[in-house]
Design a protein around this ligand. Sequence first.
Ligand code: ATP
Ligand code: MG
Length: 356
Amino acid sequence: MNKALKIAVIPGDGIGPEVIDEGVKVLKKMTEGSDFYFEFTYFPWGCEYYAKNGKMMADDGIEQLKAFDAIYLGAVGYPGVPDHISLWDLLLKIRKEFDQYVNIRPITLLQGAPCPLQEAKRDNIDMLFIRENSEGEYAGAGDWLFRGKPEEVVLQTGVFSRKGTERIIRYAFETARKLNKSLTSISKGNALNYSMVFWDQVFEEVSREYPDVQTYSYLVDAASMFMIMQPERFEVVVTSNLFGDILTDLGAALAGGLGLAAGANINPERTYPSMFEPIHGSAPDIAGKGLANPLAAMWSASQMLDFFGYEQRGRMVLDAIEQLLTEKDTLTPDMGGSASTSEVGDRMLQLLTDML
Ligand code: ATP
Ligand code: MG
């Protein structure tokens, strides 16, 4: 009996549905000749839903999603709906309710992908960023005092709990051990004298449980320089919510741009579904025109295959992306080509057919 994996698909807004269609094609393809299949259920949530119903998702949306093994999300957000609504009422709500406290972003420069660095620097861009996804600088804690008065003061508090800090760092050590790679912690203990001193201390404590893992520790400013100058220094990287947000965009620029940047929001205990999404937004400027690059959505699909334990199949999707990038005949305009979103999808299916 083949195993059913239940996927909640939230195509969302703008180019979301366009890239998700192609990603779903790839996921279906990857079940051929295997011992599992996907059951996709679509949820029409997002800004269009908001325009009709005054909310981003159904009231019992979280309850509905609980029944699934994973969530595959396109993008949410559209002009006219404030970001704090589209983001907080769907994306961040899901991340929070499902305790997806690990954000994984692969920053690997595939052959044939565009990169702003000189040829000689491109060889070893292969990092795996593990970003804290539930607290830190984005905990939403703070205060706004004496609003509008001369003595106005605004506080934004970073929240670093023992539990939250330990679990992300431990997850990173486990990952580095599994991959047999080094682990770099990126923090800022010299200036952030509470939060980052604590972070460094926890990193040091947890590292004692993993004597087999080679560790490095960088200040975030130095790390941003080294990511450009000597990207080969970094393998597995663990960092806080804010630093991870910024550095992974830098990383996306190094590894082919938004059209190739994938992300996974993981609940490692698997108590709740994890969520896989390209990191780009809804890109209203190119929506509905067949211009969107679906490769980021496909890379997220590859992460989903990894998550379910089908790493070989996940690797195959990356190999096919690499082949597509190298042959250069079927690329969307952001990569310098003239193919449409679905033409890229069709070519990917051909390449995967040859590999399977
Ligand atoms: P959000 O606020 O939802 O993050 P944003 O406006 O900040 O959205 P994106 O929508 O991610 O940013 O995209 C910025 C620009 O990059 C888009 O306007 C688009 O031109 C380009 N872009 C993003 N994703 C893709 C893609 N998959 N394929 C082609 N171009 C893209
Ligand atoms: Mg954005």
